[in-house]
Design a protein around this ligand. Sequence first.
Ligand code: DQA
Length: 144
Amino acid sequence: MKLLVINGPNINFLGIREPEIYGKTTYNDMLATIEAYARQREVSISFFQSNHEGALVDAIQEAYYNKVDGIVINPAAYTHTSIAILDALKAVGIPTVEVHLSAVENREDFRQISYVGKYACKTITGQGVNGYLMAIDHLMDMLK
Ligand code: DQA
């Protein structure tokens, strides 16, 4: 089973950006935690991060050719704006779990819409890095 973890804009600034909201764990620490968990669960995992909407669309399309079985995505701010990312996920048809580090439902009005959420089979919010591990569990249960 092959999973792909995609992170959107500013997620590479974890640990630096608004630590009161996103915590002090750095992006690299987060990847190491996810990688260790994937190893423990014996699932192959790869990572992609970009600050650019089109690059995220390209990564989703590439997942189709690479025969990725499941996607874990935190589209960050593009969650609330990007029909292109929603369309890319629908185009490839790969089971996808949406993850947000923060509890977006308790934040500003402009964070209350999620385009990706219209495709994702599950949305996990407010669990920090653990949300990504929960997403892996969900996809593995679903895909087995
Ligand atoms: C986020 C929530 C988004 O609203 C925000 O734009 C982000 C991060 C989260 O992980 O909580 O960049 O996706």
